[in-house]
Design a protein around this ligand. Structure first.
Ligand code: COA
Length: 156
């Protein structure tokens, strides 16, 4: 499937590149390669996926933001984010997340988007609240032996 174009926002640039060295397993090369392979495969299978987040002013890679299907909730695209700790608290996840919402409802035509985190992840829950996601369901994620909080936002 052909890749769909990505929107721009004021201070973040997101591209269909899949080379952001962040995320679970980022401390070991094998984990990074496995994550990048997952991102690449998702782009190939679905025509959308995780974007690299770069500061427009400098081009610095500061994280990843984007929509993809989550193993714990395969029904709706999931909006996720990870920002380098050196750049948190500046509104970047919210800004990139808002572009993800626009992309999901506008370009992808999704009826519902979800965003998933654990109860303890108060920063992510705050970003979800700012983006008008509300708690939808708690689901067990047996792979990791944890409970995930699935937040949802429906298209108007
Ligand atoms: C979650 C994360 C992406 C947020 O990125 P960010 O760019 O700092 O997010 P924003 O600046 O847009 O918004 C963060 C909000 O959380 C709030 N916040 C930060 N720490 C908080 C805390 N301990 N308790 C409550 N709220 C907190 C901020 O004040 C801000 O809200 P505000 O705008 O109302 O003040 C970032 O912390 C991160 O990458 N965390 C690790 C990865 C992760 O958890 N990813 C999600 C997996 S589900």
């Amino acid at each position: 499937m052909a890749r769909r174009g990505s929107p721009d926002t004021r201070s973040l640039e997101r591209r269909s590149r899949c080379d952001a060295p962040h995320g679970p397993g980022a401390d070991d090369a094998g984990g990074v390669r496995a994550a990048l392979e997952r991102y690449r495969r998702h782009w190939e299978e679905h025509g959308f996926g995780v974007w690299a987040a770069e500061l427009l002013a400098t081009g610095e890679l500061v994280g990843r933001i984007g929509l993809s299907y989550h193993r714990a909730w395969p029904d709706d695209p999931e909006l996720g984010w990870l920002i380098d700790p050196a750049h948190t608290g500046l509104g970047l996840a919210t800004e990139g997340g808002a572009a993800g919402v626009q992309y999901g409802f506008g370009t992808l035509g999704a009826g519902r988007l979800v965003s998933i985190c654990t109860e303890e992840n108060v920063e992510s829950r705050r970003v979800m609240a700012k983006l008008d996601f509300t708690l939808h369901q708690e689901v067990p994620f047996e792979e990791l032996g944890i409970t995930l909080w699935v937040h949802a936002r429906d298209s108007k």
